[in-house]
Ligand binder design. Sequence first.
Ligand code: MTE
Ligand code: QUE
Ligand code: MOS
Length: 778
Amino acid sequence: MRKLVDLPTKESSKVAGKVGVSHKHESADKHVSGKAVYIDDRGERADQLHGAIGQSTIAHGIVTAMDLSKVKAYPGVVAVITSGDVPGKVDIGPVFGGDPVLVEEKVEFMGQAMFAVAATSHEAAVKAAKLADIEYQELAPVLSVKDALAKQNFVRPTHTQSRGDAKTAISQSENKLSGELQIGGQEHFYLESQISVAEPTEEGGMIVYSSSQHPSEVQILVAEVLGISFNKVVIDMRRMGGGFGGKETQAAPWACLAALLANKTGRSVKMRLNRHDDMTATGKRHPFENTYDVGFDSEGLVKGIDFTINGNCGYSPDLSDAIVDRAMFHSDNAYFLEHANVVGNRCKTNTVSHTAYRGFGGPQGMISIEGVMDDIARKVGKDPLEVRKLNLYGQDERNVTHYGQTVEQNILPMMIDKLENDCDYQARRAAITQFNQENQFIKKGIALTPVKFGISFTVQHLNQAGALIHLYTDGSIQLNHGGTEMGQGLNTKVAQVVAQEFQVNIDNILVTATRTDKVPNTSPTAASSGTDLNGKAAQAAAKTIRGRLVDFASEHFEVTPEEVVFKDNQVHIGDAKIMAFAELVQLAYLNRVSLSSTGFYKTPKIHYNREQAHGRPFFYYANGVSCSEVVIDTLTGEYKIERVDVLHDVGDSLNPAIDLGQIEGAFVQGMGWLTTEELMWNEQGRLLSNGPATYKIPAIADMPEHFNVELLQNEPNREATIYNSKAVGEPPFMLAISVWSAMRDAISSVSNYKQSPVLHTPATPERVLDAVMQMQQD
Ligand code: MTE
Ligand code: QUE
Ligand code: MOS
């Protein structure tokens, strides 16, 4: 039962301009009627081939022989390629290298692409790919963080962020605690699995339709594997059926393989992974194993903390350096850690290379400090909410993070108070305490946790965007920008910004497919920054054209520029004249005014020195608070999420309906990560949870019974973002930490809140039962 905030009406798309209004998703009608075209729905050329990969059957070893004769002989097979057939670069590592498009000698995980097949049908390609005879000299796989740490097996060097003297501060504290938290990974489970279609062009180039969050990177990598210049490759991306970070770097291999097979055969090739291949061949959210030592006073105020953040990166760097950095940046979450030492290890294991996933390491850092807050509360005998409040960022000296950024718009203390009131926290706490005293086996728990998430790519150069706008002589507008639509509503929001600039109906604007030949050298649509960056770039392009129209009209009609006013699909020229927007556009055309423009934006104010681990990596923070109430059965470990209340900060919302959808979706996805979604690898490194039957994502029955989501009102972003809005894509994912914390609260009640249970994630019923058994009955 959610509060309906100004949801879209039939009329809202007919309103001119208007950011801040709940326009429905640009493709909503197509999504629900099945008319939205995904890559697999595109019409196919008659001679199109289908690709598939042959996967390694061991986790670690050297290839000693590879016999592909049975693969080649399979009916329908047209081409088979190995790494030796790659005309250009074999390594498609996006940042640091280490990712061969096809294995050259060394196998580094089970499921790695050994060779690729093109056949006349998808089925033939998949079946043929299973027929290889490959011999290996096996090596012992490294499959755990502990093993990787013992062997100092890392994909990138260890990095440290530090302030003050944590060791001394801890040793001089009244109270000390230490602990470990094992945090599970997460399968992206986008509905549309990885897919690319490559078509050779007459210049020896390639046009690739790729379901990718990062078309420009796919362009570069396709050009590099083919050994051709970037200008001969075009990537086209209309929409993804979900990305969630899983298509940021890891869409590229499939585009490269399709292009290699297309190049070899001269025919168009579709590379589509079935669910099993997608789950075994692509990276996931990084599992982490974090340890801490904390010192605090008798009130529960943290004096010093030492964190070791160990990310399980899989076999290659991919984006792991930035992901472990982001985990480290968020190991404070909302709390002032005066003396902090945060060490981040990038552990190398023989599994798929783990990658971006909503929150990008932030959730794994944040949950650790939230666990510490709960542990401290049990030790000092306080409600965890009190300990959280005590440690929040505050005024003066207490508003600077351990990496030197000042928390400027510090609204979390206010937000916590508001939610605590609105959701009756104290009364429910009292009722739960009483319930737990009266019930031996069924126990309830509640937790209210904050989120403070830094917005910007922590790699500075990525914080830029471009856009391209065309006005046609009927007044209709084509809009193109560098971002990609994955369901999050980016195109709708950017169209709203342009509609606002020209004061026309949003229906007047068509957002066209993201293409590397329209807006070049783009950043991935990631870090929640899609609207912040591309909205500003599109606004810049629109302002340029509008400026030309104003200049033209003021000259033509002999009025001042201020007297040319765009309003309700019309243009007012002085007091006397009103003309339709389209009429002015046509007149401007006849008078040879350019009606097309690019726009560009780069985020101001950000700077960061990684060697010193100091600076302002984030333009601003997005905030949220959530309160979850759960009930557990201490005899079975089963549980239910009874009620969730969320108050989330999106600044001035550009589109409340879309923002609400993002918050609800992110929360439920986060809940899945922390409760039922369990990745299992066996001792050989085989992924056992490789399909929907063995990997449980939340379904409708897992939704909280009561789910109230509210957008914080009257708190515009104090930075000059697009219409003072805030990014929304990732931050609410971490609101789900309150579910985990509430479960620990319920378990702790078994010890009359004297003990803080170890509850690794995902907190499956088995783990909950295990944690209950640890409790000494009080
Ligand atoms: N919402 C939907 N429906 N589908 C997605 O794949 N990805 C999330 C988030 N919300 C995603 C989504 C992730 S990981 C990010 S970084 C942002 O959307 C990216 O889009 P934005 O920057 O435009 O918010
Ligand atoms: C958040 C992100 C990303 C990030 C940093 C963040 C991200 C991403 C990169 C990245 C880092 C180095 C590179 C590069 C990309 O950093 O998505 O090309 O060289 O791709 O804080 O989401
Ligand atoms: Mo999102 S993990 O930054 O694609």
